[in-house]
Design a protein around this ligand. Structure first.
Ligand code: PEP
Ligand code: MG
Length: 880
């Protein structure tokens, strides 16, 4: 017969799936001899049986509960349902995965109008008995019948006001007795029924309600956000009550074995005397620092300190412990691995290694890679954030946090910054001419575009906070207003705050905490380097991005987008001249300027690289990002080209594409105008020769974008090779270099064996590959992707985490490519290269490197190391 209920003695910390985290740890603590109040656990199997039985507790479960209740009665010498010597219990949820505050708890269950008096008589403490009763009615009413908590709070405040008390502890036994009556009336008002006096009815309703709370909206949302399996169900812990509210020799509190903000090795926590659990978190009375317990109750303090140390050694991790003191006797009600800031996580993990409790590998696995963002970027002060109002939510395109005044165009943003204003640049979408505005602003908010839109990619490269595709706002760049769906309108100069990690936009300013990288971080990252197999490179187009990447451990450049090197005002002029050229002569003139600029840039990059590989991708400008739009820009271009405004307008009009992402870009540009890539190849190799002559080793990798066929690659490559050969002959120098291709078109994946014959490396452009595999425009996903996510049609944003279908294409290309070119280098330079879940997949499918924006380099390194450590576990699991 299936078993649904377990005694603590039957459980252990390994049984979280069946007993829930709280239950498994209570069992473990009981079994290692810690003072845990006696009790039992209704398993998650019962939760599933409850759901399968049309939300009714099956009789066999009830029967088992009855047996364990009798056992509990024997153990405590009290009786459930007795009016003279009542056994009171707590009913607490406990899911297999910690979901703090998401589900419900009921304390003091078993009290009724008679039992409360019996208890008072037995303990000689009428006050605490009625205090327990009024708390029970409130919790029961709230959890089982959803009576709003504020109704009870109002009644409590009313009596305190009437009696002119400031603290709950000033309430007398009579006040509390009266309050239980008021609460019962509230109960009747809300439910139309009397408060149930039968403890078995109370218990059954409470168990049902806790099982139901698994499906409450906040729990559902929490699970979705944290990717928790909705079928796990919750366990329920039934424990004999211990009372922290029985006078000034009793109390309750929380202790972290280390400081959860800093990781410092010192017990951190707080407590309240004469209180029950919820008082500590309710914030009505100010709890005392845990260190003052030493003065209040020295022996209990010592015992607690010893238990903290023992639990930490036992669990080999920082613990978050709940305790209650009943008349100077200490009880431990819960232990779990404590939630902590990233700074603390890194310090705790490295310290535990030094203390010999865990291995370096274990320490690496303890840190969630994405958490590192918290260390590398400023974040909002947690407390300040709690009181802030979310205005809208968009895609969390680039992490960090920023507050500032909104401006709707790059020029206003730049001039405001020059006046000392902190600016948030708000645009429908960004384009290259916004670059200076983006660079100078604190953060960027766009209404359109996805995780790989221009704004997202550029902001990540800059390490700047960005929320993209915020479909919940409408922006009028003309009227300089931002309007939310609820109709709230903000104007130029109004303050907003962006959290690029959550995607939330807030009204007003929020206090920030600065980023800081500690020695512990560097130590951890050294261990990471020893473990990981994937090389991590940086996507960098500027010397400063490259330096940042190297600072964070990048092993070369995996993608230098040359078109991004022309974003600044002066430079974009020449790209535009090149684009609108109507003949080779005009084009060559523009190209000559561009070549000079490119050489300057490449020389700097090669110097910084100091022999590390530098993958330079030849021009791939999606035209809509580069064509002039505003009259001023068109006039300037007309002037530069010595043409009339009308003529230029006409050319630009002809160049406008219906679908620029599928248009005249990448290698297609070189097929039409071979002189463009010829210029770039010359610029690269002339710079390489020059830096090599300085005694610095160089290793350029010339990369051709948007290749679909082997013939296309051969055509483009031939021209490049010829130019490089000319330079080598002219300079009488031969340098090692590679020519490779991006694989970012599904067709290229399917014919990768043919393409591989012509390439020395493959770099998967998973941004375009995702766009083209789904047929989802990178720049328009903001309009429909949120609906896909909300309806559960996609588990994750495919532009952020590699999709299964795209992964299959990459795998196919790897296999096919290696068949004809077994030793070819293969990596990823799409935005997925910095996403931990994707990095793990790239490791598993046999890529050699990933490349990502500078601030994601540490994240990718950590994820790469974890991929190695988790791989054997996966193999073990699949062998079972
Ligand atoms: C890609 O498509 O993945 C890529 C890296 O190129 P881009 O984002 O510049 O199109
Ligand atoms: Mg691409």
């Amino acid at each position: 017969m299936e078993k649904f209920v377990y005694q603590f003695a039957e459980g252990s910390k390994e049984m979280k799936t069946l007993l829930g985290g709280k239950g498994a740890n209570l069992a473990e603590m009981k079994n290692i001899g810690l003072p845990v109040p006696p009790g039992f656990i209704i398993s998650t199997a019962a939760s599933n049986a409850y759901n399968a039985n049309e939300k009714k507790l099956p009789q066999p479960v009830m029967d088992e509960i009855q047996i364990h209740l009798s056992e509990l009665e024997r153990e405590t010498g009290k009786q459930f349902g007795s009016n003279e010597n009542p056994l009171l219990v707590s009913v607490r949820s406990g899911a297999p995965v910690s979901m703090p505050g998401m589900m419900d708890t009921i304390l003091n269950l078993g009290l009724n109008d008679q039992a409360v008096r019996g208890l008072a008589k037995l303990t000689g403490d009428k006050r605490s008995s009625f205090d327990s009763y009024r708390r029970f009615i409130q919790m029961f009413g709230d959890v089982v019948f959803h009576i709003p908590a504020y109704k009870f709070e109002e009644a409590l405040s009313a009596i305190k006001k009437k009696k002119q008390y400031t603290l709950d502890t000033e309430l007398t036994a009579e006040d509390l007795e009266q309050l239980t009556e008021t609460y019962q009336n509230l109960y009747i008002e809300h439910t139309g029924k009397e408060f149930p006096q039968d403890p078995y009815t109370q218990l059954k309703l409470s168990i049902n309600a806790v099982f139901e709370s698994w499906m409450n909206p906040r729990a559902v949302v929490y699970r979705r956000l944290h990717d928790i399996d909705p079928n796990l169900g919750t366990a329920i812990n039934i424990q004999a009550m211990v009372f922290g509210n029985t006078g000034d020799k009793s109390g309750t509190g929380i202790a972290f074995t280390r400081n959860p903000s800093t990781g410092e090795k010192r017990v951190f926590g707080e407590f309240l005397m004469n209180a029950q659990g919820e008082d500590v978190v309710a914030g009505i009375r100010t709890p005392l620092d845990i260190t003052s317990l030493e003065t209040v109750m020295p022996s209990v303090y010592q015992e607690l300190m010893t238990i903290c140390a023992d639990l930490e050694t036992h669990y080999k991790d920082m613990q978050d412990i709940e305790f209650t003191i009943e008349k100077e006797k200490l009880y431990i009600l819960q232990t779990r691995n404590g939630k902590r800031t990233t700074q603390a996580a890194v310090k705790v993990a490295t310290s535990l290694v030094h203390e010999g409790l865990i291995s370096k590998e274990e320490a690496i696995l303890r840190i969630e890679p994405k958490q590192l963002d918290q260390l590398l970027h400023p974040a909002f002060d947690k407390q300040a954030l709690e009181s802030s109002v979310v205005l809208a939510t968009g895609l969390p395109a680039s992490p960090g946090a920023a507050s500032g005044q909104i401006y709707f165009d790059a020029n206003s943003a730049v001039s405001q910054v020059e006046l000392g204003t902190k600016v948030i640049l708000v645009r429908n979408e960004t384009s290259p001419e916004d670059i200076e505005g983006m660079a100078k602003s604190e953060a960027i908010l766009t209404a359109h575009g996805g995780m790989t839109s221009h704004a997202a990619v550029v902001a990540r490269g800059m390490g700047k906070c960005c929320i993209a595709g915020c479909a919940e706002i409408t922006i009028s760049e003309k009227d300089k207003t931002l309007t939310t769906i609820s109709g709230q309108a903000l104007r130029e100069g109004d303050f907003i705050s962006l959290d690029g990690t959550s995607g939330h936009v807030y009204v007003g300013q929020i206090k920030l905490t600065e980023a800081e990288v500690s020695e512990h971080f560097h130590e951890l990252m050294d261990w990471v380097s020893d473990v990981k197999k994937l090389t991590v490179r940086v996507n960098a187009d500027t010397p400063s991005d490259f330096k940042t990447g190297i600072h964070f451990g990048a092993e070369g450049i995996g993608l230098c987008r040359t078109e991004h090197m022309f974003f600044q005002d002066e430079r974009i002029r020449f790209v535009r001249q090149m684009i609108v050229s109507e003949n080779a002569e005009e084009r060559n003139k523009a190209l000559a300027h561009l070549k000079m600029m490119q050489k300057e840039d490449f020389i700097q990059l090669f110097r910084i690289a100091a022999g590390r590989p530098v993958t330079i991708r030849l021009l791939d400008p999606p035209l809509h990002e580069f064509l002039p739009k505003e009259k001023k820009e068109l006039e300037l271009l007309a002037h530069d080209m010595g043409k009339s405004l009308r003529d230029i307008e006409k050319v630009v009009h002809e160049l406008v594409e219906t679908n620029p992402m599928l248009g005249h870009r990448g290698a297609r540009l070189a097929v039409t105008y071979p002189e463009i890539y010829k210029m770039q190849a010359e610029a690269i190799m002339e710079s390489a020769v020059s830096v090599s002559s300085e005694g610095i080793s160089v290793f350029p990798e010339i990369m051709i974008p948007l290749i679909a066929t082997a013939e296309e690659l051969m055509f483009v490559k031939k021209e490049i090779k010829a130019s490089v050969q000319d330079i080598f002959e002219r300079e009488r120098m031969i340098l090692p270099y590679d020519i490779g291709t991006m694989i970012e078109i599904p067709r290229a994946c399917m014919v990768a064996d043919e393409i591989a014959k012509e390439a020395q490396f493959f770099s998967f452009g998973t941004n375009d590959l995702t766009q083209l595999t789904f047929g989802f425009s990178r720049d328009d996903v903001g309009k429909f992707l949120p609906s896909y996510m909300k309806n559960g049609l996609l588990k994750a944003d495919p532009f952020a985490t590699i999709d299964e279908g795209v992964r299959l294409l990459v795998e196919t290309a790897i296999k096919k490519g290696r068949k004809t070119n077994p030793h070819m280098k293969m990596g990823v330079c799409g935005e997925h290269g910095g996403d931990p879940a994707s990095v793990r997949i790239f490791h598993e499918i046999g890529l050699q490197y990933v490349s990502c924006s500078p601030f994601r380099v540490p994240i990718a390194r950590l994820a790469a190391a974890q991929a190695v450590l988790l791989a054997p576990k996966m193999l073990e699991a699949s062998a079972k």
